[in-house]
Design a protein around this ligand. Structure first.
Ligand code: HEC
Length: 131
């Protein structure tokens, strides 16, 4: 089948925008994958609550008291584990942000969702990191 010269020209002209769209889509996909993790980290760190907690100085003994009242029933009085896992050296495999999220998210039942005020969370965080 031969194409009329005009149709051919139209098709060649169409190729430009099409190609541009394809390249743009590819760039968008790569950017999403490439920067996905970074964006997630950025959003986590820019969450106002987490940001406030991280900006505060924690008090380990305050944090321990908060832990005894709210967490020891499951994690044990020395945080060595009961219903919940041991939290000894938990900060070896958890970042500050992920520890905060663990406490406030309620995403791993039976562990409940806690809503400590930022100072209490900062204290708790320091205690968890001291284990
Ligand atoms: C009702 C029982 C319960 C209470 C109360 C509880 N937890 Fe948990 N916690 C769990 C369980 C169960 C897990 C394991 C969840 C999973 O990963 O499936 C867990 C997991 C965790 C982890 C992650 C451990 C790891 O190795 O990554 C942290 C940190 C933690 N809890 C801290 C706390 C703190 C701090 C409190 C108090 C504010 C608390 N928990 C209160 C049951 C509890």
């Amino acid at each position: 089948m031969t194409l009329a010269p005009e149709t051919l020209k139209e098709q060649v002209n169409d190729l430009g925008p099409l190609l541009r769209r394809a390249v743009l889509s590819l760039v968008a996909i790569l950017a999403t994958i490439g920067f996905g993790l970074g964006v997630v980290r950025y959003i986590q760190a820019s969450d106002p609550y987490i940001h406030t907690v991280l900006s505060l100085e924690g008090d380990v003994s305050q944090g321990e008291a908060i832990f005894q009242m709210n967490c020891a029933v499951c994690h044990g009085f020395a945080a060595t584990g009961e219903v919940g896992p041991t939290l000894v050296r938990v900060s070896d495999h958890r970042t500050k942000v992920s520890l905060i999220k663990q406490v406030i998210s309620g995403q791993t039942p039976p562990m409940p969702q806690f809503q400590p005020d930022p100072q209490a969370m900062a204290d708790l965080l320091d205690y968890l990191e001291s284990l």
